[in-house]
Design a protein around this ligand. Structure first.
Ligand SMILES: Nc1ncnc2c1ncn2[C@@H]1O[C@H](COP(=O)(O)OP(=O)(O)OP(=O)(O)O)[C@@H](O)[C@H]1O
Length: 272
């Protein structure tokens, strides 16, 4: 078996008396697509911060290509939560992608080599056509493709995405998820993809890490998205049904119908 790109060993994180998760063991292999789901406040972003070396664990350890996480690691391409960029931002798409090389081993190379890398990264997300456009003038979905190109330009072993689909329409969601899938298939890049909505990633996910109420479950979609597992995780009856290939989850405590259920799906929850 190949060495894991990312490994959690009996990892735990608590803030004071509040336990987000503990006893988490997980190996993410090259090319694997792992979706991280859970209610608001369940600890998804804290998990991302721990992988980035920005948050110390309370127990256990994380290994990234065999080493402890550290800030600015070459091994991670990070896509932060989607947010609109100011239309007046003067940078071009290619400048944004080039920032992904700053501080990396590729960043100091010849200018021609750098330009070729940036071009290849933009092509890999089908964004070459807007390389010279100001980033602020692109649509939300186009901006997100540029962010993914920035994350991939230094050729990391792990693509770490924190809710990259937020505020994107269904078509853009499909484009982004398909591009991420293509990358991991072609280059073996492992993917950890935080999302509150399983349906957009359903065709691609190998495993799910679902966080809830200090508990978690790791497994295939079929293993995690069952009424039994979800009811155990939340400690109340939760119903999971499949309709037309989509997963609907009903009964998560204090679900905020308005906040998280775009596309008609019910799979998130907001805890007050
Ligand atoms: N540095 C910190 N100190 C104390 N509590 C923290 C700290 N960071 C996060 N928390 C708490 O830990 C919990 C989990 O936060 P986190 O942002 O990881 O959740 P999340 O699953 O990403 O939520 P959301 O879906 O709303 O983004 C929250 O209750 C948060 O207030």
């Amino acid at each position: 078996m190949s060495a894991p790109v990312l490994e959690f060993e009996d990892a735990g994180l608590s803030f004071g008396p509040r336990r987000l998760w503990s006893g988490l063991s997980l190996r993410v292999e090259p090319g694997e697509f792992v979706a991280v789901l859970g209610a608001n406040g369940s600890g998804k972003t804290s998990l991302v911060r721990a992988i980035l070396g920005l948050q110390r664990l309370s127990s256990g350890r994380i290994r990234l290509v065999g080493s402890p996480p550290r800030r600015g690691s070459d091994d991670i391409g990070y896509v932060p939560q989607q947010r609109r960029i100011d239309p007046l931002t003067p940078m071009r798409a290619r400048d944004i992608v080039g920032q992904g090389l700053d501080g990396h081993r590729w960043g100091l190379g010849r200018q021609a080599g750098r330009a070729a890398r940036v071009r290849a990264a933009l092509e890999s997300v089908d964004a070459a056509a807007f390389a010279d456009l100001p980033i602020g003038l692109l649509s939300g979905g186009e901006q997100q493709r540029v962010r993914i190109a920035q994350a991939l330009v230094a050729d990391p072993g792990l693509l770490l995405c924190d809710e990259p689909l937020l505020s994107l329409d269904l078509r853009s969601q499909r484009t982004i998820t398909a591009l991420v899938d293509r990358r991991r298939r072609e280059k073996g890049t492992a993917v950890v993809f935080v999302t509150h909505e399983i349906n957009p990633v359903l065709p691609y996910v190998d495993r799910v890490l679902y966080l809830a109420d200090g508990r978690f479950r790791v497994g295939s979609v079929e293993e995690v998205f069952t009424s039994t597992t979800m009811s155990e995780l939340y400690g109340v009856p939760v119903e999971v049904v499949r309709i037309n290939g989509r997963i609907l989850v009903a009964g998560i405590p204090q679900a905020d119908e308005a906040h998280h259920h775009e596309n008609g799906a019910v799979s998130g929850a907001r805890r007050g």
